[in-house]
Write a protein that binds this ligand. Structure first.
Ligand code: CU
Length: 158
């Protein structure tokens, strides 16, 4: 009986803490956000004498690259990515994404749901500025490098 009472008190404490955390997050005022990102292509490689070349092809779409062994037996694998891949803002924030192209000639892209189109070119910074007025999860999709170059814009509701 005593054990159940202790458990109930602990549970109430946890619920109160969670409610407090929720109340705090909704109290964050809208603010200007400046987030730097990069378009990158992390790569790994090895010699067939150490690791066999994979038998299965990777999914198509331009995002994954699997290079067959060269004359010396070295093979490589890479994927195009946004870094970071998830951006979390609060509804009402004025957001600027500052995106540098490092790998890949260009990345014609869209923030779905916001219908914002932009292009990131190697060696150049692309700035995408918008008001995050719609809450939800929105894909940030590069049309050239699928399925790997899809990020998420997460807009937390007020
Ligand atoms: Cu791309």
């Amino acid at each position: 009986m005593k054990m159940k009472l202790v458990l109930a008190v602990v549970m109430l404490g946890v619920i109160a803490a969670l409610l407090g955390a929720c109340a705090q997050s909704s109290a964050i005022p809208a603010t200007k956000r400046h987030i730097t990102m990069t378009a990158v292509e992390p790569k790994g490689g090895v010699n067939v004498s150490q690791e066999a070349f994979p038998k299965d092809a990777l999914p198509g779409g331009g995002g994954y690259l699997l290079k067959a062994p060269d004359k010396d037996g070295r093979w490589e694998v890479s994927a195009y990515r946004w870094d970071p891949n998830q951006i979390i803002v609060n509804q009402g924030d004025e957001v600027t994404l500052e995106i540098l192209g490092i790998n890949g000639a260009e990345h014609p892209s869209v923030i779905e749901g916001y219908n914002i189109n932009f292009n990131v070119k190697r060696g150049q910074v692309t700035k995408v500025t918008f008001k995050a007025d719609k809450a939800g999860v929105f894909k940030v999709t590069c049309g050239t490098h699928q399925p790997s170059m899809v990020g998420e814009l997460i807009v937390m509701p007020r």
